[in-house]
Design a protein around this ligand. Structure first.
Ligand SMILES: CC(C)(COP(=O)(O)OP(=O)(O)OC[C@H]1O[C@@H](n2cnc3c(N)ncnc32)[C@H](O)[C@@H]1OP(=O)(O)O)[C@@H](O)C(=O)NCCC(=O)NCCS
Length: 135
């Protein structure tokens, strides 16, 4: 008999969101590659971690599973009061459990703390769509 999947509530209750560190980058790049996002790669994330926007690079970690590590991440930049969310991705096995939503909320909180007044998220489907939020 297979082990039942943890519920959304159980995952979120034991999830932490932390600022990304260079130790997370191998997993972040793996998630990026598996999620079909435009490629940044290790060097671009590493360079971003050295810059002024490093507080806008977050990872979500489930604390209660047999496979700890990075379940998802989000990366944004703040310029002139605008928060630009560049990448957000969640490991396929953790999707539809609220982790994407949690990461988005945490980055919007951080954007507000940095006095951003508008946030933009570009989503590429058939045509690029840009969503903007008033913070
Ligand atoms: C987009 C992504 C980050 C969402 O992560 P997630 O953890 O699954 O998102 P959540 O569980 O917080 O979903 C929140 C809501 O978004 C909507 N949603 C999420 N994935 C969806 C999908 N594939 N289709 C339709 N709606 C979806 C739903 O309304 C969902 O709420 P519900 O599950 O209660 O119906 C994840 O699917 C992913 O990594 N995709 C590949 C990378 C990508 O496209 N990133 C966005 C552009 S940068």
């Amino acid at each position: 008999m297979s082990t039942p999947k943890p519920t959304t509530g159980a995952i979120l209750a034991r999830l932490t969101t932390d600022q990304m560190s260079e130790h997370d980058l191998l997993e972040v790049v793996e998630i990026e590659e598996r999620s079909g996002l435009s490629r940044w790669g290790w060097a671009a994330y590493y360079a971003e971690l050295q810059g002024v926007n490093r507080s806008l690079m977050l990872v979500a970690r489930p604390a209660n599973t047999a496979t700890p590590g990075v379940a998802g991440y989000i990366v944004a930049r703040e310029t002139a009061g605008e928060l630009h969310i560049n990448n957000v991705a969640v490991r396929e096995e953790y999707r539809r459990r609220g982790i994407g939503c949690l990461l988005l909320n945490r980055i919007l909180e951080e954007g507000r703390r940095l006095r951003a007044t508008t946030a933009f998220l570009e989503v590429r489907a058939e045509d690029a769509v840009v969503m903007s939020f008033v913070l």
